[in-house]
Write a protein that binds this ligand. Structure first.
Ligand SMILES: NC(=O)c1ccc[n+]([C@@H]2O[C@H](COP(=O)([O-])OP(=O)(O)OC[C@H]3O[C@@H](n4cnc5c(N)ncnc54)[C@H](O)[C@@H]3O)[C@@H](O)[C@H]2O)c1
Ligand SMILES: [Zn+2]
Ligand SMILES: [Zn+2]
Length: 355
């Protein structure tokens, strides 16, 4: 028999009350699931740079306010609506950025649900995972096998899915080289592990000794270029490839505009530049002549669909994804945002919602 759960009327949450923050740790009402929704007791939530952008109002996309952010939530289904038949109470699930979509439009029909115009976004247009109890559409929560630890899988639910999808979009094939720009952060650290599991060689680009060490010694990148000390990024990145012609693909997961202007210069002829990071007010710029005669492609990649999500979790379950993360209490989100703003986080912070 499926277990039953007692759900408290009030719960702890981190709430953004106005653009620019800060977040306030306080008790709020526990939400109730609608007919096609589940209520998830979030045990752990990763902190993605997107959550910081959401608090700051960095993007030309409306969000709810006040807002409970967070979209890397891992937990247990403790209640569900009457239409939910295939998810038993007690199931381990993940709440990701795409909280729900219409399932009817041409994008949803083609399994391109991140492009659904009616998509609801966790921690952005609906309250997210920086709380103890969070709502997800049953059709969109990700199943997490019971043997997978909920703290370590949390960052996979946005960062992992997104870079896994981005690597697919990069067209890079086993044996080829991909540059990861922003390699020391949450997306970047996972990108190196997925790339390695996919048989790719990585050039990590970020700054500082701690991140260099993590990328080379823990995450298995072949080389590291420090963007802050390099005198010529283009030359230095190209020098990391055997023939000096540059990487076959570039994954841009940095939070600054500058590398978005540089990547087309060092990518290999016929290479693909995949834009994933979303710095505020940023533009892409590339020289037309070199882009044409070197046959360079530039594309965007946005989270992943449900099967990308399931595959990203399965890579983790098989033991192929080991990226460093630090666990602190939900009450400490404000400090995590401060470190994030300063670029001081190597890997990911994960919040324990019980503290
Ligand atoms: N497209 C998507 O679907 C998607 C999904 C999730 C996150 N994002 C975005 O991806 C970005 C990264 O998120 P995160 O959580 O990994 O952030 P993070 O703060 O953990 O990491 C960002 C890293 O970029 C590095 N960086 C800054 N300037 C750089 C430069 N000039 N060159 C190289 N590296 C540089 C920083 O040192 C840091 O290590 C954010 O903008 C986030 O909103 C996009
Ligand atoms: Zn749709
Ligand atoms: Zn995210």
């Amino acid at each position: 028999m499926a277990p039953t759960y007692e759900v408290p009327a009030k719960q702890w949450a981190q709430v953004t009350e106005k653009t620019g923050g800060p977040v306030t740790y306080k008790q709020v009402d526990t939400p109730k699931p609608g007919p096609d929704e589940v209520l998830v007791n979030i045990k752990y939530s990763g902190v993605c740079h997107t959550d910081y952008h959401a608090m700051m109002g960095d993007w030309p996309l409306d969000r709810k306010m006040p807002l409970v952010g967070g979209h890397e939530g891992a937990g247990i289904v403790v209640a569900k609506g009457e239409l939910v038949e295939d998810i038993p109470l007690g199931e381990h699930v993940g709440v990701k950025w795409i909280n729900g979509t219409c399932l009817q439009c041409s994008f949803c029909q083609a399994a391109d649900e991140p492009l659904c115009q009616k998509a609801t976004l966790s921690g952005y247009t609906v309250d997210g995972t920086f709380q103890q109890y969070c709502i997800g559409k049953a059709a969109h929560v990700s199943r997490i096998p019971k043997e997978v630890p909920l703290d370590a899988i949390a960052p996979v639910l946005c960062a992992g899915i997104t870079v896994y999808k981005g690597l697919k979009e990069s067209g890079a094939r086993p044996g080829q080289t991909v540059a990861i720009v922003g390699a020391g952060g949450g997306l970047g650290s996972l990108a190196q592990q997925y790339a390695k599991a996919m048989g790719l060689r990585c050039i990590a680009i970020d700054t500082g000794e701690e991140k260099r060490k993590m990328c080379i010694e823990q995450l298995g990148s072949a080389s590291f270029v420090d963007f802050a000390t390099s005198k010529d990024i283009v030359k230095d990145v190209q020098a990391c490839t055997e023939d000096g012609m540059g990487p076959h693909a570039v994954l841009l997961v940095a939070v600054n505009e500058k590398p978005f202007q540089q990547a087309t210069e060092y990518v290999r002829p016929r290479g693909i530049v995949v834009c994933i990071g979303l710095p505020a007010n940023a533009y892409l710029k590339a020289p037309v002549f070199q882009t044409v005669v070197r046959m360079v492609s530039i594309r965007g990649s946005y989270v992943g669909n449900r099967i990308d999500s399931a595959e990203a979790i399965e890579f983790f379950r098989r033991g192929q994804i080991k990226a460093p993360f630090k666990v602190v209490g939900l009450s400490e989100l404000g400090n995590v945002f401060d470190m994030m703003k300063a670029g001081k986080i190597a890997g990911r912070y994960v919040l324990d919602t019980s503290k």
